[in-house]
Design a protein around this ligand. Structure first.
Ligand SMILES: NC(=O)c1ccc[n+]([C@@H]2O[C@H](COP(=O)([O-])OP(=O)(O)OC[C@H]3O[C@@H](n4cnc5c(N)ncnc54)[C@H](O)[C@@H]3O)[C@@H](O)[C@H]2O)c1
Length: 257
């Protein structure tokens, strides 16, 4: 099977760290040119520099993906820089817990918590997808890969807003795949389980709780960003050209716990 992305252009959101960074670098090693988009431009620039050191073409772009004007600029930079977008990976997401809030149960969650979870996880996916879709339809070619979470299926206590927003990403994936299939555009979704990323570390969970998360998978460990990137490059590759509307859990069977 050919996992080669030679000549392809990919826009990866949240590319400055964690899964986004791993996906950007894996795509680059696979031959793609990459637009590394992130709200943290300085960190995204480091990823672009790393890519260039590998002999690849990459540009870093600052974009808050919850803001459609900034996303329009992101896509404009991609088209000016590389002339096309073949692949969009919607990586940005997270929960209010990452913004300093400790675990909060549903009955303590506020409307603001819900607006924020839906905006960052679901609406941002919609905004970025809308921004590239006409271009992909015109070219009758495209790959859209969304990052949801195993929480969308298994649920997480204290993360009801996040779990619901991530479940929305699965519905978005399935429905959109049906609409855009006739244009040779595939839309798929990855559901990571607990994965060791800077975002996960920011939760400041005690070491025993990380170990416990690892134990609750059937492979006895938490995921690495590269585990997610490997699924992403497969879904972006020619080998996955007949796969659309699907959601794949990459979680050591954590979803079956
Ligand atoms: N880490 C896990 O255990 C885990 C598990 C399941 C799902 N996920 C999902 O995987 C995705 C990646 O998670 P991660 O842990 O690698 O994330 P992370 O927190 O380590 O990195 C997120 C990146 O997104 C950027 N970002 C945040 N808000 C942004 C915005 N509004 N616009 C543009 N960029 C923004 C950050 O600057 C950062 O570079 C998220 O959607 C997350 O919900 C993570």
């Amino acid at each position: 099977m050919n996992l080669n992305l030679d000549g392809k252009v990919a826009v990866v959101t949240g590319a400055a760290q964690g899964m986004g960074r791993a996906i950007a670098l894996t795509f680059i090693k696979g031959g793609a040119s990459v637009v590394a988009a992130d709200i943290d431009l300085e960190a995204a620039k480091l990823v672009a520099e790393e890519a260039k050191a590998l002999g690849a073409q990459a540009i870093a772009v600052r974009a808050d993906v919850t803001k459609s004007e900034q996303v329009a600029e992101m896509v404009k930079s991609a088209l000016e820089g590389f002339g096309k977008v073949d692949i969009l990976v919607n990586v940005v997401g997270g929960s209010g817990r990452l913004k300093g809030r400790k675990l909060y149960l549903f009955r303590e969650s506020t409307e603001e918590d819900w607006d924020s979870a839906i905006s960052l996880n679901l609406k941002a996916t919609m905004i970025c997808t809308k921004a590239v879709l006409d271009h992909m339809i015109e070219r009758k070619n495209g790959r859209i890969i969304n990052i949801s979470s195993v929480s969308a299926l298994a649920g997480n206590i204290g993360m009801v807003d996040y779990s619901a927003a991530k479940a929305g990403v699965i519905g978005f994936t399935v429905a959109l795949a049906k609409e855009v299939g006739p244009y040779n555009i595939t839309v798929n979704c990855i559901l990571p389980g607990p994965t060791e990323t800077p975002g996960m570390k920011e939760l400041n969970l005690p070491p025993e709780s990380l170990e416990e998360m690892g134990r609750r998978t059937y492979l006895g460990r938490v995921g690495k960003p590269e585990d997610i990137a490997n699924m992403a490059i497969f879904l972006a590759s020619d080998g996955a050209s007949f796969i659309t509307g699907q959601s794949y859990a990459v979680c050591g069977a954590r979803n079956l716990a």
